[in-house]
Design a protein around this ligand. Sequence first.
Ligand code: PFF
Length: 455
Amino acid sequence: MRTADNQPAKRDSFASSFGVLVAMAGSAVGLGNLWRFPYLVGQNGGAAFILIYLGFVILAGLPVMLAEFIIGRRSQASARRAFQVLAPGTHWGITGILGVICCILILSFYSVVGGWGIEYLFKSVRFDFTYGNQENLKTLFSSFSTSVWRPLICHTVFLALTAGIVIAGVQKGIEKFSKVMMPLLFLIVIGIAVRSMTLPGSGPGLSYLFKPDWSKVTSQTFLAALGQAFFSLSLGSCMVITYASYVKKDANIISLSAQTAAADTVFALIAGCAIMPAVFAFGISPGEGPDLVFVTLPHIFSQMPLGGVIAIFFFLALLLAALTSAISILEVIVAFCMEEFKMKRTVADVLVFFVIWVLGCLCSLSMGPLSSWKVLDKNIFDLFDFLSADFLMLLGGLLIVIFAGWKLGRKVVYDEFTNGGTLPVPAWMLKTLLFLIRFVAPAALLAIAIFQIHE
Ligand code: PFF
């Protein structure tokens, strides 16, 4: 049944503001925090990278998040239709389609890495790392990730878990799962951070995280920091638009955005405190790269008192964090199919599962048997990562801030920030946020795009 303005008559919604916050934080906190952030910090000179990252979170991340909130909550519609509802008869809907394509690409490789998390959780439960040195842990990881069957099975299990939660809907699936898992996740990572910071010799790791060394900063550091801010806050992919479309009209979207960005950033810093002090305490180079989580950390766990148990908790945290993010990516695509093609949630969920499963299998096989299939000199896994995180998310973010700041304009933006004048938001805050959305975020995104083209 549909209403006069062609809106579906009954839409799912989150039950409470706390539910929205944990679901949003669940999406933001993921492999980006536990896998990508620590190794980028390690490769880009520690505290200096963190400060630049924080700058981008405030100057570019927060405005894009606010813009997505405005579009989603006002339209109460999924990725493409949100733009159609707010700007009928224009081509802005393409931004939504780009977002859906971006989510398809991300979930395909994300599910493979989530699958590696499952394998490593099993390995840690069997105490497989106990006698490993760095070399044979490296071989263990590369022989697993380049093989055919095990990574495919793990990818299938991870994606099935994700689809299983999304099939239950927004309130009974996403909100319920996030409410239990997010606090647990924070507790586990805080526990590991305490263990890591109390190891003898962990001091240099902490100063690496908190004392900036500006000599390591290059233009590459800025690119990496902006890309990471977008990936970590799940921006530019219409994810926030989709979740915001389930948010009630009386919710305060400024404080929800600020709280989500703060929770994600605090979590990334705690993850840094869980990993870097231990890396330094065992005399390992912090710039290990993407292998950090699957090779260096197991090596550290193998030497650390109580390391076997810590390893189990760490990989459990990694898996939970990956799942709460994966459900948000899947929801963008499922909601799109439900609204565009009038599909039932179950049908959309199963269909999208199969599409992503096939693409994910290609990503997984591209680490081994299909490694010679290259486009732009990248295998399929790296190509999907590059196209989504380094290109579509930033392009999407740029289009989204321009749409909210200039196409919808000041009246709509203020109206959404103040819930139609019922929330007492100070005028200076409204003006500053609008300025960030209209000028600062587009300028930062364009500057980085120009840098990238010149690379
Ligand atoms: N923010 C997630 C992470 O840090 O792992 C990744 C992500 C989730 C990206 C949702 C995009 C998205 F729509």
